[in-house]
Design a protein around this ligand. Sequence first.
Ligand code: 5GP
Length: 210
Amino acid sequence: MRNRGVLTIISGFSGVGKGTLVKALLDKYDNYALSVSATTRMPRPGETDGINYFFIRKEEFEEKIQNGAFLEYARYVDNYYGTPREYVEQQLEAGKDVLLEIEIQGARQIKKLLPEAFTIFIMPPDAVTLKERLVGRNTETMEVIEARLCRASEEAEGIEWYDSVLVNDNLEKSVEALHGLIQAAHCDTFRNKDFIKDIRKGVKAFSEGE
Ligand code: 5GP
């Protein structure tokens, strides 16, 4: 078997601390590559083009959709978000564990395309903490916060669909748990249906005396 990286999808409510968690994971271990998404939303203060997102116009985004440049894309609270295909494929091929920080519609598209992808949903310790974090980060208007909380409530319906759920109550602990889950996914051949088929065929052949 080729030593391909594990494609990991990390989802979670807006304000749950996914970004901080992923950054801490990247700082601590060098086997990960983070996919930078394209979006049509405006940069927040402190966000840099090419690092946090590729900030592009709606027309450019739609052209990229037409050209098949995205592995997946979705609309989220009035904006487009999409995963550039090429980077993800290159990094997986190079053996890196690729992290996608995306929402559930995109996660479902990827899982259909690549069933071996590993999906994790990050949870807040409780709902009150979520609202406090979202309001406290002071980067969105109250109207956008309300829309994001509404979206969180919809997303809550999809949590059981994920392979794993991680409660982010302590950064250091959560980074280790996330790392452990992804590394364990390397050994979890159950998600790699082709591998299972090959082994099954091989074992059957042995049993028939070949
Ligand atoms: P934010 O505007 O807070 O940065 O992101 C809003 C939501 O879009 C988050 O749930 C984030 O995970 C998701 N998101 C970011 N990039 C992508 C992407 O490339 N594809 C999809 N489907 N969702 C994304």
